[in-house]
Design a binder for this molecule. Structure first.
Ligand SMILES: NC(=O)c1ccc[n+]([C@@H]2O[C@H](COP(=O)([O-])OP(=O)(O)OC[C@H]3O[C@@H](n4cnc5c(N)ncnc54)[C@H](O)[C@@H]3O)[C@@H](O)[C@H]2O)c1
Length: 260
């Protein structure tokens, strides 16, 4: 997809990876980016910062708790109304709270599913949309267990399975013009990692991850995100961003007969 002139909606983009994705789109002359986040102080600050840098009305902040069906629907509708279309949706908002583990599943999985359904419905050409792309942010914890974060692991495995299933389903049964992909970063220096620092300091975690946690730069994840947006051949793919292999794709057996 050509990014120039495109409109994006990114959840959890007040800071961290979502903010970096927004900025990479704006550098490539996106028409507008809708930042959907529940942190109004950071959301407004990011809106101001990016509008000053890239031009008036390039960014709109919508305060929204992605776990609220009404608020999420409202954020999609307002973005559509304001920018007259949506081309890119990134379901990125995430937390890693193992105490309030139900909340982790609600934010990291249920809201990603709801965001995918909304995006598919609004971007589908059959419904008056222009087609587009959905990128769901999972994690390497979507492929490998994070023993000290079982709820996070469950939610991220869910995002990966859901994204592959819906993408394959759309391709085989109900071809749409909306590509759906999953991005799985390894540890990267953002606020969420700060929150997990205590867990990662635990001797068990050190035994698993090593005494110095190897992280990837936020810029690598943003580069992967842009690749997925621009490469129209990618649908139902699982991209990994890791210190070991950089940006690559996990290969799966294509179990749907190619004759179909
Ligand atoms: N940083 C990492 O190491 C890492 C690794 C793998 C995957 N991820 C995933 O990347 C995504 C982005 O995380 P990040 O690293 O940028 O973290 P971050 O903490 O910097 O950003 C998360 C953003 O989500 C927002 N958010 C949280 N709950 C929300 C809710 N209910 N409604 C609306 N917004 C909400 C926060 O306000 C924040 O702006 C998450 O899904 C995370 O699980 C991060």
């Amino acid at each position: 997809m050509k990014i120039q002139g495109a409109v994006a909606l990114i959840t959890g983009a007040a800071e961290g990876l979502g903010k970096a994705f927004s900025e990479e789109l704006l550098k490539r002359s996106a028409r507008g980016v809708s930042i959907v986040d529940y942190n109004s102080a950071k959301g407004k600050a990011t809106e101001d910062e990016l509008n000053k840098k890239y031009g008036e009305d390039k960014v709109r902040f919508f305060q929204c708790d992605v776990t609220s069906k009404d608020q999420l629907e409202d954020a999609f509708s307002k973005t559509l109304e304001h920018y007259k279309g949506i081309d890119i949706v990134c379901n990125n908002a995430g937390i890693g709270d193992e105490i309030n583990w139900e909340r982790t599943v609600d934010v990291d999985l249920v809201a990603v599913m709801r965001g995918t359904f909304l995006a598919r419905q609004m971007m589908d050409k059959k419904n008056g949309g222009r087609g587009g792309i959905v990128i769901n942010i999972a994690s390497m914890a979507g492929m490998l267990p994070m023993p000290l974060a079982p709820a996070y692991t469950a939610a991220k495995h869910g995002v990966l399975g859901f994204t592959r299933a819906i993408a394959i389903g759309d391709r085989v049964f109900n071809p749409k013009n909306v590509r759906i992909n999953c991005l799985c970063p390894s540890f990267s220096e953002t606020a969420i990692l700060e929150g997990m620092r205590e867990l990662i300091k635990h001797p068990v975690a050190k035994a698993i991850y090593g005494s110095e946690l190897e992280t990837i730069p936020v810029s690598m994840v943003a580069e992967g995100f842009i690749q997925l947006v621009e490469d129209d051949s990618k649908h139902g793919e699982v991209m990994r961003c890791t210190p070991q292999n950089g940006i690559d794709y996990k290969k799966y057996r294509d179990w749907v007969p190619s004759k179909l």
